[in-house]
Write a protein that binds this ligand. Structure first.
Ligand SMILES: [Zn+2]
Length: 210
C-alpha cells in the first residue's frame, strides 16, 4: 500500500469516519509492505502483509488464509480485453494527474495499462484477483462488503465483472467524487436506487455521481 493512501482509508465498521493510524513495519519506495492500520474509534487493527491491507473480519481472514487456491467467489478475469484500457480511460473522463481511481474486483487487472495511459494517478484495487501483486501505482486492499475508503475521495471507479452486485455498487458510488464517472463491467448490473445511468454498451455500464 502506498504510504499516502493512509489518509484516504476508513474503518469498515459502521461508525463515524475518522483518520486511521498507520504503524509501519517494512517500507520500500513509499510502499508499506508490512504493518498495522489501527482505528481510533473502535480500536480494531488491520494487518498489512505482502503490501496488502486486510480489512476483512478476522473470522473470514482466518478461513481465507487456511484455504489454499482461489477464493470460492472468484470468477475468471474480467471479459474486458486489456486493449480496452484506453476506452476505459475515455469513459472515466480523466485528464490531468493526481488523485485516486478505485478498481473493484477483477478490474484491478486494468491498473497497469491504465497507469501507462494516466501518469500520476494512484490506483486502489479492492479484492483483486489472488495472483495480482501491488505495483508502484497500485495499492491493494481486501475488504468485506464495504470499500474501506472515506466518502467522495475517488476520481473514478471501475467495478469488475465479478463484483457487480448492489452492495459493491452502493460503495463504489459512495467513494466517488461528485460529478465523476463510474464504469461497471456488466451491461445490465443489479442496480441500487440512486445511481444515474449515462450509457450501457459493449459490456460496459457507465454512470455519474450527481
Ligand atoms: Zn473502527
Amino acid at each position: 500500500m502506498h504510504i499516502e493512501l493512509t489518509e484516504m482509508l476508513r474503518c469498515p465498521e459502521s461508525h463515524r469516519e475518522e483518520m486511521l493510524v498507520l504503524s509501519t513495519g517494512e517500507v520500500r519506495d513509499r510502499m508499506v509492505r508490512s504493518g498495522l492500520i489501527g482505528c481510533p474509534v473502535c480500536h480494531k487493527e488491520y494487518p498489512i502483509s505482502r503490501g496488502i491491507v486486510n480489512f476483512r473480519r478476522s473470522k473470514e481472514r482466518v478461513s481465507n488464509e487456511s484455504s489454499s487456491g482461489p477464493r470460492p467467489a472468484y470468477q475468471p478475469p474480467s471479459p474486458l480485453p486489456l486493449a480496452d484500457a484506453d476506452r476505459l480511460q475515455a469513459l472515466l473522463e480523466l485528464s490531468g494527474p493526481g488523485g485516486y481511481v478505485v478498481l473493484v474486483g477483477a478490474a484491478a487487472r486494468q491498473a497497469q495499462r491504465l497507469s501507462a495511459l494516466m501518469d500520476g494517478i494512484h490506483f486502489v484495487g479492492i479484492n483483486p484477483p489472488p495472483d495480482l501483486e501491488e505495483q508502484p501505482a497500485l495499492s491493494l486492499v481486501y475488504a468485506t462488503e464495504k470499500i474501506p475508503l472515506r466518502s467522495a475521495v475517488a476520481r473514478g471507479v471501475v467495478v469488475g465483472a465479478d463484483l457487480t452486485t448492489s452492495p459493491w455498487l452502493v460503495e463504489a458510488h459512495r467513494v466517488l467524487l461528485r460529478g465523476r464517472r463510474f464504469v461497471v463491467v456488466n451491461e445490465d448490473p443489479e442496480l441500487p436506487i440512486g445511481l444515474e445511468k449515462l450509457a450501457a454498451e459493449n459490456g460496459l455500464w457507465v454512470g455519474a455521481k450527481r
